[in-house]
Design a protein around this ligand. Structure first.
Ligand SMILES: [Ca+2]
Length: 333
């Protein structure tokens, strides 16, 4: 089945279909420190979003942080790295629209690429996947990437392709698998998630942007860490799904990250929220030791993530806001 891009369109009160779980709401030119917003670029690139998202959302105030990335600051990434010391390389699979590995922030980090969409290219023709990789790398400088293209230029993806991509990622040594997407559930997809977990991967997925408590997949499978999105006030991000099936939360509103062509821009949704958790997971993977005796460390990483998170007032956000520093400290105990 072919599913369509799911966009955040809070002001319009409308969400459309499933697929990738964020919307580009504004872009800035990387070399421009004054952060000139050019909203028309995304309007052209993501027609579904442009149809329902008023241009006024593009002019939302961007929080002032030293890096421009309020989410990276919020999860205490820099403090975690300082405490962690030397970090070994961790391989992260980004199952998405592709990754532009030529972006200055990602150069040398994409070590293998594959296209499962039939597009004939592993290039990121949408921008979503590059943005996810950018956030992960901004949190975890120790990452390398598997560019696993499973969604097309419009962000559409289907269950069978995603299941195939998950198995490929696991077989190719992914220690973290980022799934900033939602597709229809299937036994095959569930089996692929279970397989990746048994292979030792930490599996992180967006909780979905329907603004409901209905379970989204693959996020809601047992072995997957389901991530809700938060805003700058630590409340629920616009249209973030939530519920007792959600495991953790992370910044997911007005998130700055990389886009193809050397650009930076913003995404909102549970997609960038998942990317934050994948970044923190990648830090932990370089530090974790197998305390449970199963020969793997994905169980220790997940436990540290979820037990160290900061509980939130917003209901249905699982253990709460991911905290890289607290998680690193939890691993060390
Ligand atoms: Ca273990």
């Amino acid at each position: 089945m072919m599913l369509t891009l799911l966009v955040v369109a809070a002001l319009a009160g409308f969400a459309a279909g499933t697929g990738l779980l964020s919307s580009s709401s504004a872009r800035v030119i990387a070399s421009d420190n004054s952060a000139t917003v050019v909203s028309t670029a995304d309007m052209a690139r993501e027609p579904v979003a442009s149809a329902v998202e008023p241009a006024s959302t593009d002019s939302a105030v961007v929080p002032q942080t030293t890096s421009g990335r309020w989410g990276v600051d919020r999860v205490n990434a820099a403090e975690a790295i300082q405490v962690a010391g030397t970090l070994s390389t961790v391989l992260v699979a980004v199952i998405d629209t592709g990754i532009d590995g030529s972006h200055a922030a990602l150069q040398g980090k994409v070590i293998d690429s594959i296209d499962f969409t039939g597009s004939g290219t592993t290039a990121d023709e949408n921008g979503h996947g590059t943005h996810m990789a950018g956030t992960i790398a901004a949190i975890a400088p120790n990452v390398t990437f598997l560019n696993v293209k499973a969604a097309d230029e419009r962000g559409r993806c289907d269950t069978d392709t995603v299941a195939t991509a998950i198995r490929w990622a696991a077989d190719n040594g992914a220690q973290v698998i980022n799934l900033s997407l939602e597709v229809a559930a299937s036994t095959d997809l569930q089996n692929a998630i279970s397989y990746a977990w048994r292979m030792g991967a930490v599996i992180v997925a967006a909780a979905g942007n329907s603004g409901t408590t209905l379970a989204a997949y693959p996020a809601a499978y047992t072995e997957t860490i389901a991530v809700a999105g938060t805003n700058q006030d630590n409340g629920l991000a616009v249209l973030s799904n939530h519920g007792d099936w959600v495991d953790i939360a992370a910044p997911g509103q007005k998130i700055q990250g990389e886009f193809p062509g050397g650009e930076l821009g913003y995404e909102t949704g549970t997609s960038p929220a998942a990317a934050h958790v994948s970044g923190v997971a990648a830090l932990l993977c370089s530090l974790a030791e197998d305390g449970s005796g199963d020969g793997l460390t994905n169980d220790e990483v997940r436990l540290a993530l979820e037990t160290s998170a900061m509980p939130l007032g917003a209901s249905g956000t699982g253990s709460g806001l991911v905290d890289a520093l607290a998680a690193v400290q939890a691993l060390a105990v």
